[in-house]
Design a protein around this ligand. Structure first.
Ligand code: AMP
Ligand code: GLY
Length: 421
């Protein structure tokens, strides 16, 4: 069948790389795709991923049998609903189901109602009440914009002043627009984080190999929060026992809770977890694959990904036997210096082929073509991914790949996977 991928980041490049290996995949397209995706798919310019009818027109005219949606915005915008109504199979949750990411209030209320472990919280639509609550509760405390804020709507405040400033920025100065008209203020959870992505058809939910992201920009988890500076899988913090708890207390109950609310959640459910004294608690849910987590999870998947995606859509995931390599995978993100704040674009990148020759996978996130050169075109530029039979060798192999790649102002963390070593 012809398959269409929606999105343009490292996650979508990884999806395209894996899907292109499927025996079911005849022709692969991406809207808009990127330079790396163009190695395995035809990239289509000029169609907005938020214009559902334009995407449907394209899918119809190109006889697309499956659409795979990478980012959250089109999911929250009902692309899956509209494709399904047009008779086109789409992998990802519906608009109603994607609320689990699109509204933190929806997610928190669902967890409270169904006793799914998470930080205790209160909801506010009034600045003064929020400030009074913060003064009474004390710090550290976490302030979250309700809606989508491109991963930036969360402030972990160490002081009362910081928390109150966050409330003003989010609610009054509207730094995330309408996403911040309501906020969640929640308990700070002290523990180690892990990401568990899971395939689900709304009845069965099967976790993927657990991974860990590195959100802070600098070594030692210092500096600003980013979209993710690197990842590795499997994450040893998720022991068999803790993963079992996450399945029994979080993943299965969440799908069942959605179902009780009349919502059939199909696609990938991403549970961002905090492990506190051996107990997993939910930090957040995402309605999609994580980035960079996908860059280390999918390279370890032994199955044909298209078979699993179709089983999710057709609600027979219980018939799939999903198998994982016993290898480890590591992803080092090469970013533009200055990211996640201001950075320059347009620097020539060299060494990509040298890194590939060393056996690394190179996933593109923010690259562009300038004449016959490849140049930087975003904050996160490339993901350098290595697989090996143990985490230490995978780390070494990934950093050998990083060594041969160069662009001006290149920034990367030198301690990816340090918790596993
Ligand atoms: P989120 O966008 O909800 O994943 O939040 C971004 C980051 O903020 C998370 O990855 C955590 O590192 C941190 N965070 C969010 N909520 C909490 C919490 N309740 N306690 C501690 N850290 C948190
Ligand atoms: N790596 C975090 C995310 O995808 O939201």
């Amino acid at each position: 069948m012809n398959i269409l991928i929606i999105g343009s980041g490292g996650r979508e490049h990884t999806l395209a790389w894996k899907i292109s290996q499927s025996s079911k995949c005849e022709k692969l397209y991406a809207i808009p795709g990127n330079l790396g995706i163009a190695e395995v798919a035809e990239c289509i310019e000029g169609i907005s991923i938020n214009d559902n009818s334009a995407v449907i027109d394209f899918a119809k005219s190109h006889e697309i049998g499956l659409v795979v949606i990478g980012p959250e915005a089109p999911l929250v915008n009902g692309l899956v609903d509209d494709l399904t109504a047009a008779g086109i199979k789409a992998f990802g949750p519906t608009k109603a189901a994607a609320q689990i990411e699109g509204s933190k209030i929806f997610a928190k209320n669902l967890m409270k109602k169904y006793n799914i472990p998470t930080a205790t919280y209160e909801i506010f639509d009034d600045v003064n009440k929020a400030c009074r609550y913060i003064k009474a509760a004390g710090t550290p405390i976490v302030v979250k914009a309700d809606g989508l804020a491109a991963g930036k709507g969360v402030i972990v405040a160490q002081t009362v002043d910081e928390a109150i400033n966050a409330v003003f920025e989010v609610m009054e100065q509207k730094s995330f627009g309408e996403a911040g008209s309501r906020i969640v203020i929640e308990e700070f959870m002290d523990g180690e984080e892990a990401s568990v992505l899971a395939f689900t058809d709304g009845k069965t939910i099967i976790p993927m190999v657990p991974s860990q992201d590195h959100k802070r920009v600098n070594d030692g988890d210092k500096g600003l929060n980013t979209g993710g500076m690197g990842a590795y899988a499997p994450a040893p913090i998720m022991t068999e026992e803790i993963l079992k708890k996450a399945e029994d207390k979080i993943l299965k109950p969440t799908i069942a809770a959605m179902s009780k609310e009349g919502i059939n959640y199909k696609g990938c459910l991403y549970a961002g977890l905090m492990i506190v004294n051996g107990e997993p608690k939910v930090v957040e849910f995402n309605a999609r694959f994580g980035d960079p987590e996908t860059q280390v999870v999918l390279p370890l998947l032994e199955n044909d990904l298209v078979d699993i995606m179709l089983a999710c859509i057709e609600e027979n995931l219980d018939t799939q036997k999903i198998e994982w390599s016993s290898d480890s995978a590591v992803c080092i993100v090469l970013a533009s210096g200055g990211y996640p704040q201001n950075y320059k674009k347009g620097f020539e990148i060299d060494g990509i082929n040298k890194a590939k020759a060393l056996g690394n996978l190179i996933f593109h996130a923010g690259t562009a073509k300038a004449g016959n050169k490849i140049v930087t075109n975003g904050g996160r530029v490339l993901g350098v991914v290595a697989r090996a039979d143990n985490i230490k060798s995978a780390v070494d192999k990934a950093y050998k790949g990083v060594e041969v790649i160069h662009f001006d102002n290149m920034h990367f963390r030198k301690d990816i996977a340090y918790r596993a070593l």
